[in-house]
Design a protein around this ligand. Sequence first.
Ligand code: NDP
Ligand code: MG
Length: 394
Amino acid sequence: MRRLSILGSTGSIGRQTLEVVRNAPSDFTVEALTCESDIDTLYDQIMEFNPRLVSVVNESKAGELSVRLKGSGNNTEVITGREGNIIAATLDSSDTLVGAIVGFAGLEPVYHAILSGKDIALANKETLVAGGDIIMPLIREKGVMMLPIDSEHSAIWQCLKGEKRDDLDRILITASGGPFRGMTREQLENVRPEDALRHPTWNMGGKITIDSATMMNKGLEIIEAHHLYAIDCDRIDVVVHPQSVIHSMIRLKDGSVLAQMGKPSMVLPIEVALYYPDRGPSIVREFDPFEAVNSNLTFEPCDTEVFRLVKLAYEAGRKGGLVPAVMNASNETAVRAFLKGKIDFLGIEKVVFETVEKMDPLISGTELTLESIEQADKDARICSEEIIDGNYGK
Ligand code: NDP
Ligand code: MG
């Protein structure tokens, strides 16, 4: 039985994690839930799963939730602020943290959870992109498990089971190609947030959906795989596979290629992580290879001249140090600005490239600690805001 603290429980991954719990309540207990501000969803989750503690980052929303809970006679403790995520992540009664917060905010609680000996089931890729160099050594030092939830990384993990790590030659990470696959730079100039939010195969939160449209999601995933599987970024290839049936592949030194397949649903990789090393019950409808929409599997290269953030991510991953943290912070800032209509779609890439270029000389040689990563994240956000206001301010 796993005793869970689910950070970001009101989001897409958080809700699907609770679906896994709902399906087999005797396999889990829910100790803590957290969110940023969506107290309506959190209230329903408290009523259903009765956690010991919840945390809401937004203070006034946390106060509102407390009043509502008192009125209903529920005695779940409500805490708030950035500290609230850390308390939830390190709760004595839980043994596993599900990292389903979106963005860099996920790093700090994951770091503290590892320190306090929790296993980490991780969806929040930004944690590894920005902090992989401190997180993975800490995982090993504390002897806890890193259980990947991101579907590609779950696929790679499953393919690697039973293989000797020295036999791994390359990782072939698949990508749907997003809503703008096949488009030219000229066509990308005019796409709007509502077009970018319409993903062809996956139903996800807003930020990752935009990352899929720019293909930065794949860039982040290359760095995520580099940390999880201790492999150079140059040995990771992106394979565009629009049907999202093969979730990734590995090539072994004898040339064998192993793939993991299934429906595009995050419930399965969440289940694989939470039941590891066992297998849980079947929740999603089984994959049927004869279904018309999936009967032709196609593969194409990623056009990094059109989706230039993938190229930048390779460079950032190669350079390491604080560069990936800067790239990630800048991307988060630019995506938010795009969703608010402050910059256009190709402006995202422009902001990220310019921020990395400006900050690169300032960060080289800095020792990697949680504090230095947090500082780089903060500085990169300020730098990106300035670029956005200077070049695009309305
Ligand atoms: P969503 O936007 O759907 O959900 C984000 C969750 O994080 C919400 O619960 C939100 O709360 C919460 N949150 C945001 N900021 C904070 C904070 N500072 N402290 C506490 N909680 C916070 O995102 P997704 O579920 O789509 O993605 C979550 C992570 O998983 C991302 O890193 C993403 O890249 C990764 N991932 C997602 C996949 C998917 O299919 N969705 C697939 C693979 C990886 P509130 O609701 O109150 O805003
Ligand atoms: Mg993924």
